[in-house]
Write a protein that binds this ligand. Structure first.
Ligand SMILES: *[C@@H]1O[C@H](CO)[C@@H](O)[C@H](O)[C@H]1NC(C)=O
Ligand SMILES: *[C@@H]1O[C@H](CO)[C@@H](O)[C@H](O)[C@H]1NC(C)=O
Ligand SMILES: *[C@@H]1O[C@H](CO)[C@@H](O)[C@H](O)[C@H]1NC(C)=O
Ligand SMILES: *[C@@H]1O[C@H](CO)[C@@H](O)[C@H](O)[C@H]1NC(C)=O
Ligand SMILES: *[C@@H]1O[C@H](CO)[C@@H](O)[C@H](O)[C@H]1NC(C)=O
Ligand SMILES: *[C@@H]1O[C@H](CO)[C@@H](O)[C@H](O)[C@H]1NC(C)=O
Ligand SMILES: *[C@@H]1O[C@H](CO)[C@@H](O)[C@H](O)[C@H]1NC(C)=O
Ligand SMILES: *[C@@H]1O[C@H](CO)[C@@H](O)[C@H](O)[C@H]1NC(C)=O
Ligand SMILES: *[C@@H]1O[C@H](CO)[C@@H](O)[C@H](O)[C@H]1NC(C)=O
Ligand SMILES: *[C@@H]1O[C@H](CO)[C@@H](O)[C@H](O)[C@H]1NC(C)=O
Ligand SMILES: *[C@@H]1O[C@H](CO)[C@@H](O)[C@H](O)[C@H]1NC(C)=O
Length: 868
């Protein structure tokens, strides 16, 4: 009995989520959707026991997903025969998950006719096929499967599972550039039978090009009319005899016009990528308005879908002759406490009633959801109330709100009622006027919202009523920030940068500012488009997708490192100031942008090669995971390779070298220096968050306990006092040289003023020096330039401070091409293939080579394939 080995990091989050999800759906019987699309479309199916398989009975296509989890088929011989389990499902629009089923030997017993998994919606937003931890599964047996159009494939930790590597997954994929497959911890291939054989100890490379789902069943791979000598743009799709590229959108043939199975949608004129000016039916067809009506369904204007009943907050409206329309209706008073409450507000343009936002659960990350759900709201007929929402920094999530009508008011008086929002700093988006037709304002206990900002709303009150101190208190709003002119402007500039680091320099902080300045915090995040605002993704309670460097010193320079090459970032700087009298005088800079320089790419991700013609190897590869710039070229080399005995024993189709062996190990050969941190790495953001959470309290702790000793000269009381203590700073010019004073007092003051000015300049200079300390610490390392002489010796390179350009060999291909056909090779010979990706504008900007060893087919095999 095979047992499950503990597998390192298997589907990390997924499983813990999957279980409750599955339980949630337990018992929910699957409705057969339509009387329309061949009577046989089903909704998503959750299968948790044998009896649930009945749900598949009348289905030919599943509109949604199929999840088999914890199904026990061990005593299938009892009331259910294996044959009776076989379903007629040919299509699954979303994904197929098979998880922890026992007694399941082959999926062939359930899905003998499955032809396509479209992956329109994915499991955990990623996967379209997951077969995971099924202890008795011996083969996949999806014998009719032709295409997995989208999404990743994960076949893992099925201890007895064979015939995984014998499937041509690349062939199945809709777009091999975008999809990945991970096959791990299944039965070792060496212990598995080969295609067409019954025992494992079969001879090395026998019928190697054969691909199968089990011993008896060859993988179906309909061949295009022509594969050879097609235009290069056809790639692996082949072409027809006239040389016209085959349409990849047709799964079963070359022509989309008369195709029997479309990869995406079946339109009137053939296969299409999406429905245009027509309505989507069952995620597989595009039909016209009338057709949809004839099916007794409703054509939805938004989203262009042909549905059975109105979704979400859309109401059925009966128009003439029993025809139903769906209309978004947002009537009533809405109270948003969590993201779940937003569903009914989705797409509302007018809220016929009032809106109350009360986000008391500070742990829920909700600001993005608010932005999405309320984006189209233009008008609220009642009032808007925002209370106890510590997460909000602004009300800009109502980005299109034009008017609050105030038909209904809080306490018969207030149309906009904003109370106790600890982090609220702004109200509406800049330059956006929200008219308040009736009623007035009530703002209290918003400690970071400046009174002036509230007062500016006076102009939008149609009632003309003056805002009263009782309704909007200057004492309970904005008392935690310095409002008005006191906020200093920082003026950060990018002084230097390379591919992973940037040096930012600020203007000198002025004298007064230095008094309370502890340091700065630098906030930055990736920003492909220059439309970031400071409040995007910032949530009052630290759920913050800006990364942050806290720098507890007064230097005006800072180097942000660990950036991704060739990436645009947005950044801003904020002061860290000592807290005095509960007043925090923090200055923010405006948002700026910079783009890091390009760098060497990471290696080509995976090389896949096959040889069906003995003189050729058809290569296919995935571009580098981190291109770090614009990939200009690929360089492909091939040389004969003397396969060792050992390698022969291990593999029989593809012999891959160490660094390309593990399908999932994408990091092999990637130097951290070239890769930079990955936001999709687990803990990447967390790490930053921890740094921040550790650093900040420390900082504050230190500053409170550190005796902030003011030097003597800082305790200046007045000019007289200044003169008395700063004798050494008196001007060298003796007082007697001043013109004879006519008014002694005036002269004295004038003198004092001059002295003070000198003193100020002097101490300002000191302060400036303090801000310029240790400049050498903030250098940015740059790559050396290319040597004039391309054959420069090492000594020359050192002397001239340059690097010699490394020579590149092999076939040079454009960076947009991800396949190549090697020809004029010898039959039945191992070739060592290397592929390097090269980035434009970087000296020696080519990745380390990715390698694979691939054997050409034998002449016999070629003949066999050609059917000669
Ligand atoms: C399948 O169709 C048959 C005959 O139309 C019907 O009796 C049966 O209940 C259907 N099964 C399901 C699961 O809908
Ligand atoms: C599948 O279809 C065939 C014929 O179309 C029918 O005889 C059979 O009962 C169907 N199987 C299931 C499980 O519905
Ligand atoms: C088989 O069917 C019988 C009677 O219909 C029932 O009592 C029994 O529990 C069933 N066994 C299983 C394993 O479902
Ligand atoms: C495959 O995906 C890549 C990356 O998203 C895209 O550039 C390319 O056009 C796609 N190819 C096809 C055939 O859809
Ligand atoms: C495998 O190839 C051999 C010749 O190399 C051929 O005789 C045999 O029929 C092939 N087997 C199958 C199942 O195609
Ligand atoms: C394969 O075919 C043989 C003979 O044709 C048959 O005995 C065997 O059961 C089949 N095996 C499978 C897994 O279908
Ligand atoms: C499909 O259409 C193409 C041309 O559009 C034609 O050459 C081909 O024979 C047709 N195939 C079938 C099965 O009708
Ligand atoms: C910025 O622009 C991008 C692309 O145009 C868009 O997806 C994104 O939502 C925009 N962000 C903001 C905050 O406007
Ligand atoms: C391959 O290597 C083996 C030993 O490692 C050697 O005997 C043989 O001559 C080599 N073949 C070629 C073609 O270099
Ligand atoms: C000296 O200046 C003061 C005001 O600064 C003025 O009151 C006083 O009259 C002036 N005295 C003379 C003698 O000019
Ligand atoms: C960029 O400069 C930083 C700071 O000097 C340095 O640590 C880093 O290695 C440099 N990156 C590259 C790719 O040279």
């Amino acid at each position: 009995m095979g047992h499950l080995h503990p597998v390192p990091n298997p589907l990390p989050i997924p499983i813990s989520i999957a279980v409750p999800l599955i339980l949630l759906f337990l018992g929910a019987s699957s409705p057969v959707l339509a009387s329309s699309d061949d009577q046989t479309a089903c909704g998503s199916l959750e299968i948790n026991k044998i009896a649930d398989l009945r749900k598949l009975q009348n289905c030919t296509h599943v509109v949604g997903h199929v999840r088999l989890a914890y199904v026990d088929l061990t005593d299938v011989s009892g009331n259910y025969s294996l044959d009776s389990l076989a379903s007629n499902v040919t299509e699954i629009s979303d994904y197929l998950m098979v998880y922890r089923c026992t007694g399941l030997i082959s999926l062939q017993s359930i899905f003998p006719r499955l032809r396509i998994i479209r992956g329109q919606e994915l499991l955990f937003d990623q996967y379209s096929l997951v077969v995971y931890e099924n202890r008795n599964l011996r083969e996949l047996g999806l014998v009719e499967l032709l295409r997995i159009q989208s999404g990743f494939i994960r076949v893992e930790s099925n201890p007895l599972l064979c015939f995984v590597e014998t499937v041509d997954w690349i062939y199945l994929m809709g777009n091999a550039t975008r999809q990945h497959f991970s096959l791990k911890h299944n039965r070792p291939q060496s212990q598995c039978p080969l295609c067409g054989s019954l025992s494992a100890d079969f001879e090395f490379i026998r019928n190697s090009s054969e691909r199968c789902w089990n011993v008896n069943t060859t993988q179906l791979r309909p061949q295009p009319p022509r594969l050879k000598d097609c235009p290069i743009a056809c790639g692996l799709n082949g072409c027809d005899s006239a040389g016209k590229c085959c349409d990849h959108n047709c799964v079963t043939g070359c022509y989309s016009q008369n195709c029997s199975l479309c990869a995406n949608y079946q339109g009137r004129m053939g296969c299409v990528n999406q429905c245009v000016a027509s309505y989507e039916l069952n995620k597989r067809r595009c039909i016209g308005h009338r057709e949809c009506r004839e099916l007794g369904r409703i054509p939805l204007i938004r989203g262009y879908q042909c549905v059975k009943k109105c979704p979400g907050n859309q109401k059925e409206i009966l128009v003439a002759k029993g025809i139903i329309h769906c209309q978004v209706e947002c009537n009533g008073d809405f109270h948003v406490k969590s993201a779940a409450d937003l569903e009914v507000l989705q797409d509302c343009v007018t809220i016929n009633g009032s809106l109350t936002i009360e986000l008391t659960n500070i742990k829920e990350k909700i600001v993005d959801a608010l932005e999405n759900a309320l984006a189209s709201v233009k008008e609220i007929t009642g009032y808007l109330k925002v209370i106890h929402s510590a997460q909000l920094m602004s009300l800009t999530f109502l980005q299109n709100l034009d008017a609050i009508r105030g038909d209904k008011l809080v306490e018969n008086k207030y149309a906009l009622y904003v109370v106790n929002n600890y982090h609220l700093e702004h109200i509406w988006p800049p330059n956006h006027l929200v008219i308040i037709q009736r009623g007035t304002l009530f703002f209290h206990l918003n400690p970071r919202l400046c009174y002036e900002k509230i007062h500016q709303l006076q102009g939008s009150l149609k009632s003309g009523e003056n805002i009263s101190v009782a309704d909007v208190s200057p004492n309970s709003n904005g008392e935690r920030v310095i409002c008005g002119d006191a906020v200093r402007s920082l003026n950060p500039k990018v002084e230097d940068l390379n591919s992973t680091a940037v040096r930012i320099i600020l203007d000198y902080m002025d004298w007064e500012g230095m008094e309370t300045l502890i340091g700065y915090s630098y906030h930055y995040k990736e920003a492909p488009v220059q439309n970031v605002t400071m409040y995007d993704g910032r949530h009052g309670c630290g759920h913050d997708n800006w990364l942050m460097d806290v720098v507890p010193n007064q230097s005006r320079r800072h180097v942000i490192s660990g950036l991704k090459p060739y990436t645009q970032y947005a950044y801003f700087v904020k002061t860290l100031t000592r807290t005095e009298y509960h007043i925090q005088i923090d200055a923010y800079s405006k948002i700026g942008y910079f783009q890091t320089l390009p760098d060497r790419p990471s290696p080509v991700l995976r090389i896949y090669g096959s040889s069906e013609i003995s003189s050729q190897i058809l290569l296919h590869w995935w571009p580098p995971r981190r291109p770090n710039g614009v990939i200009k070229n690929y360089f492909v080399t091939a040389e004969k390779y003397n396969a060792t005995k050992e390698a022969k024993d291990k593999n029989y189709v593809n012999v891959e070298l160490e660094n390309a062996k593990d399908i999932d190990c994408e990091c092999a050969g990637v130097l951290p220096y070239y890769s930079g941190p990955q936001p999709d790495d687990e803990d990447y953001y967390n790490k930053e968050q921890i740094t921040y959470e550790d650093a900040l309290p420390n900082l504050i702790y230190v500053s409170r306990n550190h005796d902030y000793r003011r030097k003597e000269f800082e305790k200046v009381i007045n000019y007289e006092h200044l003169l008395s203590i700063k004798k050494d700073e008196e001007p060298t010019r003796p007082p007697t040289t001043t013109p004879a004073p006519t008014n002694a007092t005036l002269a004295k003051e004038r003198l004092a003023a001059i002295n003070y000015e000198n003193y100020r300049l002097n101490s300002e200079k000191k302060q400036r020096d303090l801000q310029d300390l240790d400049q050498h610490k903030y250098t940015i390392r740059h790559a050396l330039p290319k040597c004039q002489n391309s054959h420069a010796s090492v000594v020359q390179q050192v002397e001239e401070k340059c690097v010699a350009e490394e020579p590149l060999s092999g076939y040079e291909l454009p960076g947009t091409q991800h396949f190549y056909c090697l020809s004029q090779l010898e039959p039945e010979t191992h070739y060592r293939i290397t592929i390097r990706a090269c980035v434009e504008g970087v000296v020696n900007g080519c990745s380390t080579p990715a390698e694979a060893v691939i054997k050409t087919a034998s002449i016999q095999l070629e003949r066999f394939i050609k059917g000669v």
